[in-house]
Ligand binder design. Structure first.
Ligand code: SF4
Length: 106
């Protein structure tokens, strides 16, 4: 664990521990946009995000997990309830977590 990670672990309220991880594995949670966004693409979330973490893909919007500060503002304004905190994405929508990550790998 880096010095920065140790500092975040001590001080940042957004630094959460995964239910699946052990005590030494910490990560920064992000929000994820799921299937109701496809073809809807209302984009209310883009204007709301304070850190410009939401970007347009071909068929939906995506949230950059490295930029998202987990504030929840986008979830509140989405007209089709497509946005969830990563740990609360419904089972039927879990594939969108990987789809979101892959968008930022390319
Ligand atoms: S949770 Fe907040 S920071 Fe993250 S994408 Fe939504 S509005 Fe942006």
């Amino acid at each position: 664990m880096s010095i920065l990670s140790r500092q975040l672990k001590k001080t940042c309220p957004y630094y959460m521990m995964s239910e699946k991880s052990n005590e030494e594995e910490w990560y920064f949670l992000a929000f994820v946009i799921t299937s109701p966004c496809i073809d809807e693409k209302a984009a209310d979330c883009v204007e709301t995000c304070p850190v410009d973490a939401i970007h347009e893909g071909e068929d939906q919007f995506f949230i950059d997990p490295d930029t998202c500060i987990d504030c929840g503002a986008c979830e509140a304004v989405c007209p089709v309830s497509a946005i969830y905190q990563e740990d609360f994405v419904p089972d039927s929508e879990k594939s969108f977590i990987e789809k979101n990550r892959n968008f930022y790998k390319s």
